[in-house]
Structure formats: structure tokens, C-alpha cells
Design a protein around this ligand. Structure first.
Ligand code: PGA
Length: 282
């Protein structure tokens, strides 16, 4: 397995936080994390559409990257309620989350729609954060890995290996997300991450495939974050509720950052354990 240099930590604020809540949150988070070197941490926040412009201004020149919760697959057109990549670029946003569980399961988005959105995002110069995850029913039938592989193979169908440099993946089991969610235990999550990395290697070749960050999300909290981040295939955490207070989010980041560093050192790309994991993936 190829080790990534940086820890990825992000939050999606869903349909919470007004413009003023978002800017206050971002200012505080920026202040709290300013001393962490950019090459150790990729930190991102995905607020509501109405907050995006002021959020983008608030973080300009700082260490936090701001992204959109959804994005249409055309530059313009008869798509009421959608926001296009051109509109996002106009306000300085170049990160788009695609296919969050709530988009798929509350609003009925399909893998084929996610494919169009990922293709449009990347060809427009965005980083695309594709979210995937199995339902409780998939899991009960033993189909978790099949679901993840199908979501990746369809969602990334039009992406080339070169374009995959602008791709991040979030693994978020549907049954683990939100107030009624049960967090995945770290072994279960890591095994799914291994399957995701194996599929990305199949699609883009092992070198490129293993460079794509894969983040875990779904009821991450201060207790399970340290356990999850030490697993060999987990490159970062994508957090909802536990990250919506800047001080609490900063505390999680401070706890996991040194643990991620030790994981990285434990198996550098040259080490034996890395080689054997890479061979396992092949
Ligand atoms: P949660 O949300 O951490 O509140 O479960 C995760 C997500 O939906 O990304």
C-alpha cells in the first residue's frame, strides 16, 4: 500500500449553519489550526450553498479548503435547483462533493448521475470527492463489497488515470451516518477501505490507485477517531456532527495527527510491510 504524505480531515455541515454560523466556524477553525503545516494536513469544510461565497472569502489565503455539497453536470441549462461548475468557480470554489449518502438515499441520485457529476467536476478543474457506501440491507446480504465496487466502477467510469489525481473517495456506510447511525468498527471499516483501494488499483493501475485518498465517514467521534486513523488503509476522516464545533474538531485533529504520522512511518513505501500489502492488492 502506498502511504500518503498528508492526513485528510474534513466536514460536511449538511443543511446546518447559516452564513454567519459558517463564517464564525471557519474563522475559529482557521485560527486554531494555523500552526499545522500544510504538508501534514489537508483540511476542508463543505458548507451549505448560501454560505459558500462568504466561506470562500473567509478562508482565502488560509489553510482550509472549502467545497460544495453537490454540483450539476452541465455549465448551464434547464436544471432548476442545480448549481454549475462555472458558478462555483466564480466564487473561488474548486472542490465538489458528489454522491453523499443523503443525495443518493433522500433525493434519489443514481450512480449514473454521480458518474456525470464526477466527470464534469474533474474536467472543469475541480477536485471531486466521491462518496460511496453500502446500505444495511446490502451488508445483511453480504453484498457490501459488491456495492462499493459497483459504485466505484460506475461513478468513475469516464475518469482516466491522469484525471484520478484530482479524485478523493469517502467511504461512508449508510447505516453508520447521522443521529441514528452506528459507527463502523475500525476493522470492518479498514477491510472495506482495502477493497476500495484494490478496486481503484484495478481501475487506474496500482501506483495511481493507491495515491487516491480514501476517507472514512459515519459517526466518527473523539473516541473512535484515534482507532480508525491507525488502520493501514484509512487515509483520513470525513466527519459530520462531531466536527461542527471548531474547538471539538480541532481537538480531534490534534489527537489523530500524530497517530497518522506514526502509521505512515511504520510502513513507508520502501518498507517490507508496504510491499507485501501492495502485492496483496495485486
Ligand atoms: P456523521 O455524518 O458524522 O454526523 O455521522 C457523516 C456524514 O454524513 O458525512
Amino acid at each position: 500500500m502506498k502511504r500518503l504524505d498528508r492526513l485528510y480531515m474534513g466536514t460536511n455541515t449538511k443543511m446546518y449553519k447559516t452564513i454567519s454560523d459558517t463564517t464564525a466556524f471557519l474563522s475559529r477553525l482557521d485560527q486554531l489550526t494555523a500552526d499545522i503545516p500544510a504538508d501534514h494536513l489537508e483540511l476542508f469544510v463543505i458548507p451549505s450553498y448560501t454560505s459558500l461565497e462568504s466561506a470562500s472569502r473567509t478562508v482565502a489565503g488560509g489553510r482550509i479548503r472549502v467545497g460544495a455539497q453537490n454540483m450539476g453536470w452541465e455549465d448551464e441549462g434547464q436544471f432548476t435547483g442545480e448549481i454549475s461548475p462555472v458558478m462555483l468557480q466564480e466564487i473561488g470554489v474548486n472542490l465538489a462533493m458528489i454522491g453523499h449518502s443523503e443525495r443518493r438515499h433522500v433525493f434519489g441520485e443514481t450512480d449514473r448521475q454521480e458518474e456525470k457529476k464526477v466527470a464534469k467536476a474533474i474536467s472543469s478543474g475541480f477536485t471531486a470527492l466521491l462518496c460511496i457506501g453500502e446500505t444495511a440491507e446490502d451488508k445483511a446480504y453480504g453484498l457490501s463489497d459488491e456495492t462499493l465496487r459497483a459504485q466505484l466502477k460506475i461513478g468513475l467510469h469516464s475518469i482516466t488515470a491522469e484525471q484520478a489525481a484530482n479524485l478523493w473517495i469517502a467511504y461512508e456506510p449508510v447505516w453508520a451516518i447521522g443521529v441514528n447511525g452506528v459507527p463502523a468498527d475500525e476493522q470492518y471499516a479498514d477491510e472495506r477501505h482495502r477493497v476500495i483501494k484494490e478496486t481503484l488499483s484495478e481501475l487506474f493501475g496500482p501506483e495511481t490507485g493507491l495515491d487516491i485518498p480514501v476517507l472514512y465517514g459515519g459517526s466518527v467521534n473523539p473516541e473512535n477517531a484515534p482507532l480508525l486513523i491507525q488502520m493501514p488503509h484509512i487515509d483520513g476522516l470525513f466527519i459530520g456532527r462531531s466536527a461542527w464545533d471548531a474547538d471539538r474538531f480541532n481537538a480531534i485533529i490534534r489527537t489523530v495527527l500524530p497517530l497518522f504520522g506514526s502509521r505512515k512511518n511504520a510502513a513507508s513505501p520502501q518498507s517490507g510491510s508496504c510491499k507485501s500489502q501492495k502485492e496483496e492488492i495485486r
